[in-house]
Design a protein around this ligand. Structure first.
Ligand code: FBP
Length: 271
């Protein structure tokens, strides 16, 4: 018989990956990058969230943002609360560390489906980040909350953080540290990303969106490549909220993730 927490985790994972795949909207940039990531009306987080809540499979927010926008998302889309962060105001070297940005109790109190935390594998602060990760993990396990790891290899010894061997290392470390879902970098091709997915040994791998691509079509090709490689989806921020039509961009990405549409077809959904 499964424990209560194991049942809860299974149910929550099912809500996050409704058909085994997922488009998650990442929206923690206000802290990680600051308000300069948002232009025009997008400085008002509600305006963006209102547009995408009925398109994406989940949203990933920091606790305070989840709190002040709950009337927009509650009951419409599952929430993932990220409990680590850092600002870009820090001195450069200290940006290789994320600090606590909330507690698992907050995540439970907010009614979330999962908790997210970053680990910068290879950073000087790997030790602190691992302590932080396992503190989150220990608490989350009690409540049956899946743990999404933002598995980001970054540090002075890493020459190219998108290199397949580097990304695979981060993914292997993520599964060995008990991640239930992994968000990591695209490695540049379907063949190499297939190796990343294999390394995850059945734990869902979702690509981290990255900076806004030149065109939505370019980005959709990357999403298609991730899905063709066996990835379970994508976690996307800027390629949705910096697009002139965020809802359309989300619809197009979702069509590639869930329907396997060709990018040329899917891009039409963005109008
Ligand atoms: P994007 O799709 O905009 O890249 O969002 C993914 C994400 O991991 C966010 O969750 C985070 O705020 C941001 O990228 C961090 O980007 P970076 O560390 O590369 O500055």
């Amino acid at each position: 018989m499964l424990s209560y927490a194991a049942v809860g985790k299974k149910i929550r994972l099912g809500r996050l990956l409704p058909d085994g795949k997922s488009l998650i909207f990442a929206f923690d940039h206000g802290v990680e990058h600051g308000p300069s990531d948002f232009s025009g009306e997008t400085i008002n987080p509600r305006k963006i969230l209102e547009k995408i809540v009925d398109v994406v499979d989940a949203i990933m927010l920091l606790p305070g943002m989840a709190n002040i926008t709950s009337d927009v998302w509650a009951g419409k889309v599952p929430l993932i609360v990220k409990v680590t962060s850092k600002t870009s105001l820090r001195p450069e070297d200290a940006r290789l560390l994320q600090s606590p940005f909330g507690w698992v109790e907050d995540v439970v109190a907010l009614g979330a489906e999962a908790v997210a935390a970053t680990v910068y594998w290879g950073s000087h602060y790997e030790d602190s980040m691992l302590r932080q990760w396992f503190t989150v993990k220990r608490e989350a396990e009690k409540y049956g909350l899946p743990c999404l790891q933002l598995s980001y290899p970054r540090g002075p010894a890493i020459k190219n953080m998108y290199d397949v061997e580097v990304v695979r290392y981060g993914v292997r470390a993520a599964i060995e540290s008990g991640a239930d879902l992994i968000k990591t970098y695209y490695t540049g091709s379907t063949e190499t990303f297939r190796e990343v997915v294999k390394t995850a040994a059945g734990i869902p791998v979702l690509m981290s969106g990255g900076a806004k691509a030149k065109t939505l079509l370019d980005f959709l090709h990357v999403v298609k490549s991730v899905m063709d490689a066996g990835g379970q989806g994508v976690v996307v921020g800027r390629n949705i909220f910096q697009h002139e039509n965020p809802k359309g961009a989300a619809k197009a990405i979702s069509a590639v993730v869930h329907e396997g549409l060709d990018p040329e077809e899917a891009v039409k959904k963005a109008g």
